[in-house]
Each structure stands twice: as structure tokens, then as C-alpha cells.
Write a protein that binds this ligand. Structure first.
Ligand code: 13P
Length: 242
């Protein structure tokens, strides 16, 4: 299992140090069966790296460029993230797909770049409320899988994050998460991909609903937003996962 904390656009430098130090203090004496990874804003990756290096906590980025190098002002590429100790990077988060108009093709290129530089992309997929209400959720996710995931033997992770569940306090029923995970697993099998690829759930995860979510049959971990900024609650979820 992987418990991933996506800090999004939060923290100043001192808060980034405090948050990562508190999580480290809570977890470093524990024998964790789950992997824990922190995803700070890009500018604080090195800061957090210096706190958690040589620990049982891994580091990831929230996004990477579709390009490797060149005239792309403001971008940060996969090899640059690799230089700073990132094991993972999130790609295709709905806040970028929608907020920054990123296409499935962009997500595919980002994931491929990360794989080429031996990092593990966490490829996000998720339907909006309208698609869910119209009964189109499975088809929408299938299209995102088809177009965003490089057909590759390299390691990657899928994060299912229904857009309507992010930051809303609502989570899908366990039946509908299981139904979605079954479809994703079947899609992976049909495309001859490894059967140990993790499928994470994300969207309004907290300590209260984490126990219930852990009963999902094929759950490979959690991608946590808001609660990852609370070191006590985030650490408790990491411990429950173990
Ligand atoms: P919340 O946990 O705040 O709903 O965010 C989920 C998310 O978007 C993680 O990537």
C-alpha cells in the first residue's frame, strides 16, 4: 500500500519543514508495512528532501513537464525531479486537467518522461459529478486510461479520484469504488500490464473513512489532499494502513 500526501499549493518554507518533520517524528520509529510519500510544492522539494532523507518516507512531485529540456519557461522536467530525490510524481490531477486544460495526451507524455527517467508516475483519473449522475463514470475513466497510460512494463500507479469527491467531504460508496477498481484492473489485464500495479483512491479521505476504505478489495493505497496538511491525522492514517 502507498499512502501519499498531496500538499497542493500550501505551506511556506517553515511550514514545509515543520510538517515534514512532524510526520517524520510520528513515523520514523514505526515499522510500516505501507509506503508513505510526501508531495510538497515543487519549490520545497529540496527542503523536504533534507528533512526526510535516510528515513522510511519517500518524496514525490505534484506534476512534471511534457518536455525534457528546451525553451519552456517555468517548466520542471522529469530528470530535474529525479536529481532532487523524487521517487514519484503525480500526473493528470483533475486540478491540472481542468484548471490548466491538460489533455490525456499531455498526461501520457508526462508519465512516459517519468518512466524514462526511472521514476514512478501516479496517473490520476476521475469523473465529474455530471458524468457520475448520468451513469457515464466507467466509460469516462476507461477513455482516460486508454489515452493517458503508456502501454509499458515500467512501474506506474493509477489514482482514482472522483472530481466531485475532492475537497467536498463526500466519498463514493464502497460498491462503486469496487466497481471502478474492477474495471480498471480488467483494463490493465486486457492490456497485458503487470497485475501488481497499485490503484489508489483519493477524494475527501480522513481518519474516519480510511478504515472503511481499507476494506476495498483491490485498494493499493490513498492519495490524500487536505488531511495531509495535518501531521497527526495523516500519520494516524499511515499507521492504520500498516
Ligand atoms: P482532498 O483529500 O482534499 O479531497 O484532496 C484529494 C486530492 O485531490 C489528492 O490529490
Amino acid at each position: 500500500m502507498l499512502i501519499a500526501g498531496n500538499w497542493k499549493l500550501n505551506c511556506n518554507i517553515n511550514e514545509a519543514i515543520d510538517l515534514s518533520s512532524s510526520i517524520l517524528n510520528n513515523l520514523n520509529s514505526k515499522v510500516l508495512r505501507s509506503e508513505v510519500a510526501l508531495f510538497p510544492p515543487t519549490i520545497y522539494i529540496e527542503t523536504v528532501y533534507n528533512v526526510i532523507k535516510n528515513s522510511n518516507i519517500a518524496l514525490g512531485a505534484q506534476d512534471c513537464s511534457v518536455n525534457i529540456s528546451g525553451a519552456y519557461t517555468g517548466d520542471v522536467s522529469a530528470p530535474m525531479l529525479n536529481d532532487f530525490g523524487c521517487k514519484f510524481s503525480i500526473v493528470g490531477h483533475s486540478e491540472r486537467r481542468n484548471g490548466k486544460n491538460e489533455s490525456n495526451k499531455d498526461v501520457y507524455l508526462k508519465a512516459k518522461n517519468l518512466m524514462d527517467f526511472k521514476m514512478i508516475p501516479i496517473i490520476c483519473v476521475g469523473e465529474n459529478a455530471e458524468d457520475r449522475e448520468r451513469g457515464n463514470a466507467l466509460d469516462v475513466i476507461k477513455k482516460q486510461l486508454e489515452e493517458s497510460i503508456p502501454k509499458s512494463n515500467n512501474e506506474f500507479i493509477i489514482a482514482y479520484e472522483p472530481i466531485w469527491a475532492i475537497g467536498s467531504g463526500k466519498i463514493p460508496t464502497l460498491d462503486s469504488i469496487n466497481e471502478m477498481f474492477n474495471m480498471i484492473r480488467q483494463w490493465l489485464t486486457n492490456n497485458s500490464m503487470k497485475n501488481n500495479i497499485k490503484i489508489l483512491y483519493g477524494g475527501s479521505v480522513n481518519k474516519g473513512n480510511a478504515k472503511e476504505l481499507f476494506s476495498c478489495k483491490d485498494l493499493g493505497g490513498l492519495l490524500i489532499g487536505g488531511v495531509s496538511l495535518n501531521p497527526t491525522e495523516f500519520s494516524e492514517i499511515c499507521i492504520i494502513a500498516s
